[in-house]
Design a protein around this ligand. Structure first.
Ligand code: 5GP
Ligand code: MN
Length: 321
């Protein structure tokens, strides 16, 4: 696949979808594609399907056009799925993928098994948003499209910090800055700003945390009751596991929060030695080598123990556990 425009030839209807519980890269990359098609291909009917998005992203153009329900049974000429490693992560929007005449996947998850007709998958690239940038003509990237891509890159690189950040990523960010975006405000207001409740639950998560494996693993649990106490939703818990990973001496961070049905959402982060994607995939999830997740059943301590054993196994291969 050379560019997005070539995929749109003879296409009259397009559905775009991303993963459940959309994060910055998912929202940014999907909206960038949506806004590109809506701006430059007005003859094409385009719909974007995403679960409700965090309020911090609502300044991006056309967030009010996002379809949150999947009531219609429309069949599309083309379905583009982004930032999504498998069809199970599409949630209800999977029906548009299943019924579309042609499908395209743009993604950077190492666990992605190339499930679409056309796959544009580069696990070493920082973000799906950086991939979308490469598929658009530079002169057609408006300031509004640039804002979407910048949000995605900032969120998936931890503000240009993670090892997936390349000199190319920085070059792309520079081009986006030249489009006139308010880059420091985007970083402040979408990445660093936290509500009082979010800061409190971060504190609670850190207070609940324990070290394992001689300080090489850190784990914590947040229950539904704690989320209720601080009046936060699961989507407000982003950033907690990254803060845990910053603990000196830690190789892997394990964060569990309770889903509505009582199962556990598992978030894993590594400082390099542990491949957490491998662990997540073994439990039906996926992600990247240094950031991955899954959903697991059972008691929280059983889940931690199961993950601990796999982390220990990997660390022992390094001769350090
Ligand atoms: P987080 O820990 O921030 O929820 O997710 C980290 C990374 O793992 C993200 O790239 C995310 O897409 C992926 N991920 C998280 N949970 C799951 C899951 O349940 N299934 C799959 N396939 N990927 C997941
Ligand atoms: Mn991503």
């Amino acid at each position: 696949m050379e560019d997005l425009a070539s995929q749109l030839k003879q296409v009259k209807t397009v559905a775009i979808a991303g993963h459940v519980k959309p994060d910055g890269d998912c929202v940014g990359s999907c909206l960038a594609t949506y806004n590109y098609i809506a701006t430059w291909f007005p003859e094409i009917e385009v719909d974007l399907y995403l679960e409700p998005i965090p309020n911090i992203f609502k300044f991006l153009k056309n967030t009010d056009k996002i379809c949150h329900g999947c009531e219609s049974d429309k069949q599309y000429d083309l379905c583009i799925v982004q930032d999504c490693g498998d069809t199970g992560r599409l949630g209800k929007a999977v029906k548009y993928f299943d019924t579309a005449r042609r499908t395209v996947c743009i993604d950077h998850h190492i666990s992605n098994l190339s499930f679409a007709d056309e796959n544009y998958i580069f696990p070493e690239v920082s973000s799906t948003s950086e991939l979308v940038f490469g598929l658009l003509e530079e002169e057609k990237i408006t300031k509004e499209i640039a804002e979407c891509i910048y949000v995605g890159i900032v969120h998936d690189t931890g503000v240009f910090q993670y090892s997936s950040t390349s000199s190319k990523t920085m070059g792309v960010a520079g081009i986006l800055m030249d489009k006139g975006i308010d880059f420091s405000r985007i970083v402040d207001e979408t990445y660093f700003a936290k509500t009082f409740g979010q800061n409190k639950i971060l504190g609670q998560a850190l207070l609940n945390s324990e070290l394992y494996l001689d300080g090489q693993m850190i784990a914590t649990v947040i229950t539904r009751a704690e989320m209720d106490r601080y009046q936060v939703m699961p989507r407000h818990l982003e950033g907690i596991v990254s803060q845990m990973r910053n603990t000196k001496g830690v190789e892997a961070a394990v964060f569990l929060y309770e889903n509505e049905e009582g199962s556990w959402k598992l978030s894993l982060r590594s400082n390099g030695k542990v491949n957490v994607a491998e662990i997540a995939v073994r439990h039906g999830g996926g992600g990247h080598v240094r950031a991955a997740g899954a959903t697991m059943e059972g008691e929280a301590q059983e889940v931690i123990q199961a993950v601990l054993e796999e982390i220990q196994e990997q660390l022992s291969a390094w001769g350090i556990c």
